[in-house]
Design a protein. Structure first.
Length: 187
């Protein structure tokens, strides 16, 4: 059993990847395998609505997302973390989610019944709008999103500041544990 964790930050050592790594640690403690994928260094394109995914079985745009799609297809869980830019998730994060969702809906609906959810990381605000924006992807794809002790939001600007947000980090730890526990119960 595996959970794919997607870090949507362009910063390889930033707060978002640190939060994702902590979630992966918690999930591994529950006995599940994890795969962390970072969008740092990638240039994810928006869906072109070509509908070739229905025939090809994966997205035909050549930007590395097809590899991510295959990892998600093979996993039981999927967690997506995005930094907040101007009150919403990064554009490439949403482009990736839209394309992953399009491939799933155009093929075998591989996202259905996967367990996971969104995490938002920001300096000051926009967390809840970002969570809501990303949550739509999980819900429309018939995925299961467990709760936590609060919304999956963590505060921090400079790399490492997320560790000062004790409540936020504890919230995402509980969320990660709930993802793992739920996967084990339904598998």
């Amino acid at each position: 059993m595996k959970v794919v964790l997607l870090s949507g930050s362009p910063r390889p050592g930033g707060n978002t990847i640190q939060v994702v790594e902590e979630c992966a640690r918690v999930i591994q403690e529950q006995g599940l395998e994890t795969e962390i994928i970072s969008l740092a260094g990638m240039k994810i394109e928006s869906c072109t609505a070509c509908n070739r995914c229905a025939k090809e079985g994966t997205c035909v745009l050549d930007d590395g997302l097809s590899r991510i799609i295959e990892s998600v297809r093979d996993a039981e869980g999927f967690i997506v973390a995005s930094p907040v830019y101007f009150g919403t998730a990064r554009g490439d994060v949403m482009a990736a989610l839209q394309r992953i969702g399009m491939v799933s809906r155009s093929t075998d609906r591989f996202l259905s019944w996967k367990v996971g959810g969104p995490i938002a990381v920001a300096r000051r605000g926009g967390h809840t709008a970002t969570i809501q924006e990303m949550l739509m992807f999980f819900l429309i794809n018939n995925m299961i999103v467990p709760g936590s002790t609060y919304w999956n939001i963590v505060f921090g600007r400079d790399p490492g500041e997320v560790w000062k947000d004790v409540e936020g980090m504890n919230t995402v730890r509980v969320f990660a544990e709930n993802v793992a526990r739920l996967i084990k119960k339904i598998s």
